[in-house]
Write a protein that binds this ligand. Structure first.
Ligand SMILES: [Zn+2]
Length: 336
């Protein structure tokens, strides 16, 4: 069944209008088979490294193994330790190749549980929680793993918003640095763009920009909003270049003077309030880690109606195919 592209979210799913949702992906994921529904099922599905490798292999080659060297499709030879060998040209490839898990000494069983950990906690994931789940002592190493997962979350945001978009600068308060002693806080700005779906929040794009001046606003728009779209903003001189850069710029003044520009735009205002609360409840957030947190917030907000298992499944695909350019496999181009 064909659906207008704008009705779909960035995973090719139709957002719910009454609490339920339909999946129209070509690869229809099945609960209990493609993804675990709860933690007990996670433990059961991924009880060995071998089970994790089989799962990754299926994500990477959903239509069967095809050799990247000779291009021939056929049942590969399996080493049992994660290597697949082409039956024709004998070329070898690691199942983890191109994933965020590749080259890591951390067992896949732990990695998979860390993906579940990230999807389980709506308030965001902490480095301490990652250390525990991954079984690593060094917080820097756990932070790098969490950073890799957050980087995978940003893959679908390569698709630019279109038609009508609200854009604003949102002031955020974060810690200046982590480490010993009492941290001080500082105010920073993030650019936030949201494409409304009817009168509700549709897709979100978010980026922390240290200076947040007019050139940053234009750079943000170019990265995340299709030319020709109508961009609605509050009055601020920094948005003026938008009108000269192929966008239709609509200015909406805030209801009262001396309010920040997000207040003029109801959806932006709504998201900004949730974001501030989310950051406030995440004491780990610092200027250094803010960008990663904003990526995680965007990933969650854009999939806020997903059951937990489906969120796990999406993040697994994005992690497993991190270096892939196969947009169909990634599910990115389904609706864009
Ligand atoms: Zn081959």
């Amino acid at each position: 069944m064909a659906h207008p592209r704008d009705e779909l979210d960035e995973d090719g799913f139709i957002p719910p209008s009454s609490g339920s949702f339909r999946i129209i992906e070509t690869r229809l994921p099945v609960a209990g088979e493609d993804f675990p529904r709860h933690r007990a099922e996670l433990e059961q599905m991924f009880s060995s490294e071998e089970a994790c490798l089989t799962y990754l292999e299926r994500m990477r080659w959903p239509r069967g193994f095809t050799c990247a060297d000779c291009g021939i499709k056929g049942e590969p030879w399996r080493s049992g330790t994660g290597l697949l060998g082409c039956a024709y040209c004998k070329a070898l490839v690691a199942v983890t190749h191109g994933s965020i898990f590749h080259g890591s000494a951390i067992p896949l069983m732990r990695w998979f549980r860390s993906v579940w950990e990230v999807t389980e906690h709506e308030a965001g994931t902490s480095v301490v929680a990652m250390q525990r789940v991954l079984g690593v002592r060094e917080s820097e190493r756990a932070a790098r793993c969490l950073g890799a997962l957050r980087a995978a979350m940003t893959l679908p945001t390569k698709r630019r918003l279109r038609r009508n978009v609200e854009l604003a600068r949102v002031p955020l308060e974060v810690q200046t640095s982590r480490g010993g002693g009492r941290a001080s806080t500082c105010k920073v700005n993030a650019f936030l763009a949201v494409a409304p779906r009817g009168t509700e929040i549709g897709q979100l794009r978010l980026r922390y920009t240290p200076s947040a001046d007019g050139s940053d606003a234009l750079a943000f728009a170019r990265d995340f909003i299709e030319p020709g779209s109508v961009i609605e903003t509050a009055p601020w001189a920094g948005y003026r270049p938008l009108g000269l850069a192929g966008y239709k710029h609509k200015v909406t003044p805030p209801p009262m003077a001396h309010t920040h520009d997000a207040v003029a735009l109801p959806l932006v205002h709504q998201i900004a309030s949730v974001l501030k609360l989310w950051l406030w409840s995440s004491p780990e957030v610092s200027v250094d880690s803010l960008a990663g947190y904003l990526d995680e917030f965007t990933f969650r907000l854009n999939r806020r109606w997903y059951p937990r298992g489906l969120l796990f499944y999406r993040l697994m695909i994005l992690s497993a195919l991190y270096e892939s350019s196969d947009e169909e496999l990634l599910g990115i181009a389904v609706n864009g």
